[in-house]
Ligand binder design. Structure first.
Ligand code: ADE
Ligand code: ZN
Length: 375
């Protein structure tokens, strides 16, 4: 079964099984343009890539009971009213992940799928506390993920970075203990992040933990301004030293903050399908991404938890293109912003940038593409 999933992840250029708004590449030149565009993903929770098929397989392998009888029934429950609603299901689903091999299989499935979707570099999050709280060894979590990242680079040339997120609602002491435990694996990590329930857990609570992480040379990112107010974005910058803001869509409510983000070229990792599914915005047509881009913000497009939100990276690009009428130059700017914002050395950045430049010059879809989908 997992072997079958891997084959589908690597070999299938058609729509994903979740039935998002994808359509076969052959029918729409924009689909092919976006999918073939070399892309960088900067906001992706590995636990959020757990497709129901793999969840059922791991549940069977590990003898974990599931509330749903079929994958269809499970997908049918993916109808969220807000972030908290989603997080309950997301943590419940993660309980099937128990062994080093499970984390390897999860990560490998995502990486092969992302590669087929045109992703050339991925900076991925994991939430160790979700697993250690259930008695899974930290070592098994990080080792399974790391092994898959190494294999994907060797087999596919897909480079990656690993970012460990603290769960805001697990509290500061748990975050500090998790960071201490992680230090044994310091070399496998590029950075730390902050996720889970946002409102009620301002960034300032975690200032000390992030200071320790940064002193150890780890990069800092934080979810802020998804459901929380613009003050949380300021807090992430000032108290945590965040170099990128994950989401940050509510920054637009504070013009002075927008000016600061623009001036500092602080990247925002925006996740359009996630924002619609979690009712951060009412629909794609009202998504602020276009306004953010036109305000001069360093906006990037990402998929957050694609198994739950109806689409991987190309699906997110295509959804904003359709919903907001973005043109070809704007799509390329979004992709270039992610190259600029990646935690890579300058050699890798130059390579990613050059690949995108070549694509921009040679990609077939022009201003007057056949079929009325010119971008
Ligand atoms: N964990 C996984 N997805 C998340 C999101 N969109 N916001 C906060 N925490 C998360
Ligand atoms: Zn996220």
């Amino acid at each position: 079964m997992i072997g079958e999933m891997r084959e589908r992840a690597t070999g299938d250029s058609g729509p994903p099984p979740h039935g998002g708004d994808s359509e076969p590449a052959g029918h729409d030149p924009l689909v092919a343009f976006v999918r073939a565009m070399p892309k960088v993903e900067l906001h992706l929770h590995l636990e959020g890539t757990l497709e129901p098929e793999l969840m059922f397989e791991l549940a069977r392998r590990n003898g974990v009971p599931l509330r749903f009888a079929t994958v269809e029934e499970m997908r049918g429950a993916y109808d969220f009213s807000a972030l908290g609603d989603f997080l309950r299901l997301y943590y419940e689903g993660a309980a099937v992940l128990q062994t080093e091999r499970d984390f390897y299989d999860l990560s490998r499935a995502y990486l092969h799928r992302a590669y087929a979707d045109g992703v050339r570099h991925a900076e991925v999050f994991f939430d160790p506390q979700t697993h250690t709280a259930r008695g899974v060894a930290f070592r098994d979590v990080v080792s399974g993920i790391h092994r898959a990242l190494v294999d994907a680079e060797a087999e596919l040339g897909l480079t990656s970075r690993l970012i460990m997120c603290f769960l805001r609602d697990a509290g500061v002491e748990s975050a500090a203990a998790t960071l201490t435990e992680a230090m044994e694996y310091r070399d496998l990590l590029t950075g730390v992040g902050l996720d889970s329930t946002e409102v009620g857990y301002p960034p300032e609570l975690f200032a000390g933990v992030f200071a320790t992480a940064r002193a150890a040379g780890l990069r800092a990112v934080a979810h802020a301004g998804e459901e929380g107010p613009p003050e949380y974005v300021r807090g992430a910058l000032d108290a945590l030293g965040a170099e990128r803001i994950d989401h940050g869509v509510r920054s637009l409510e504070d013009p002075a903050l927008v000016r600061r983000l623009v001036r500092g070229r602080v990247p925002l990792t925006v996740c359009p399908l996630s924002n619609v599914r979690l009712k951060v915005v009412p629909d794609m047509e009202s998504h602020p991404l276009r306004m953010m881009l036109e305000s001069g913000l360093v906006v990037t497009v990402n998929s957050d938890d694609p198994a739950y939100f109806g689409g991987y990276l190309s699906d997110n690009f295509r959804a904003v293109q359709r919903g907001l009428g973005l043109d070809r130059a704007q799509l390329l700017t979004l992709a270039a912003n992610a190259v600029e914002a990646a935690f890579v050395d300058e050699g890798r950045r130059a390579r990613l940038r050059a690949d995108l430049d070549v694509y921009a010059e040679t990609a077939p879809l022009g201003a007057a593409a056949p079929g009325g989908h010119g971008v």
